[in-house]
Design a protein. Sequence first.
Length: 391
Amino acid sequence: MRTTVGIVGAGPAGLLLARLLHTAGIDSVVLESRDRAYVEHRQRAGILEQGTVDVLRAAGAGERMDREGLRHDGIELRFDRTRHRIDFPALTGGRSVMVHAQTEVCKDLIALQLKEGHPLLFEAEALAVEDATTARPRVRYRHEGRDAVLECDYVAGCDGFWGIARRAIPERLGRTFERSYPYAWLGILADVPPSHEELVYARHDRGFALLSMRSPSVSRLYLQVPEGTDPDDWSDDAVWTELERRFETDDGWRLERGPVTQKSVTPMRSFVHEPMRHGRLFLAGDAAHIVPPTGAKGLNLAVGDVVTLARALIHRRDTGSDQLLDAYSATCLRRVWQAERFSHDMTALLHRTPDAAPFEDRLQLARLARLTSSRAAMTDLAECYTGFPLG
Ligand code: FAD
Ligand code: DHB
């Protein structure tokens, strides 16, 4: 098979790239190792920045998001049994975020891709990207029990942190920057209306907790747990009891319980691979960088990368110039490092390290007190949370 852009991975990065290229008249083939149901139901991100919302709308994939998504104008920070609201529009000149699940974004992008007859192969596992530094890069893959080759002009490695695309970059030509954290998130989905209309980020001596949602009737909640925790070690009752403790306030706020429909543990990692390009191979999204989830930047970063890549590929087609493709890695990395910084700082601000000294605890509380009392500090948080420019 032959195409202009071979896309490895049908997560949000690969699917949106295919859509953006299609609307510009550039053909692509998407290879995805898992089946459709798995991709459509994998529970992950829930918060879309304003810029991501705008891109999805412009790509013709915003109709259901606009109908079902929930516009959020702020978040609550909770510590020392007190509540503090950060008002996004008031601090940023009108910006907000949208609560809309990654699963739903992926479902709509898949439906559009298939409806318009573009190749999107499920259960097609890419094995290797070859000849990336030539004019004819190739993706070797396995589909329906047979080995095959996708010949391309360009390859987009959108295959997430565990994918194969990054491996095509020789080690001596790349550099990785990494940090792991001694804790993870235990996440639940529950059939109960969210107990608060906005997200609540709580710092507690027993660890971090987050109240989020997927719809007016489905709550999404997270608890900081030790790294390596087995979700089966937590009964539903134990999860609710721990959430209640960490969210407890002095003003009588109550957490509503409901049936837990899903429970999983997410490890936390910061990771960046530089550069994000090798010849005609371009890495995008989690294939190139990971952030810890605090602050909800991962999906939004993936969107920023593929917008930049689509623009560069369209520029090349229209002008013959490689200028934007040559700038791709540096352009993305500027935004990536801002998100790395923000996600790391939000994580450090709200999580409790297992061996934290009392001095650290006091500093953390002092940082939170400053963050919720200074307009300058609140503005910085609101600007970062609602999103960095698409670059
Ligand atoms: P992925 O979604 O990982 O997609 C990669 C795809 O490639 C997958 O479908 C995979 O099956 C496929 N693949 C892998 N290897 C191969 C291969 N060899 N051949 C073919 N296909 C392959 N981000 C936010 O912005 N906001 C949030 O609120 C948020 N919350 C999160 C909460 C949790 C619990 C987690 C885990 C993540 C969260 N994130 C959030 C991060 C976000 O989900 C990711 O950053 C996002 O999924 C990255 O998209 P991607 O397309 O780059 O990678
Ligand atoms: C969600 C995830 C996040 O990482 C975050 O900061 C906020 C919300 C979520 O899954 O809803």
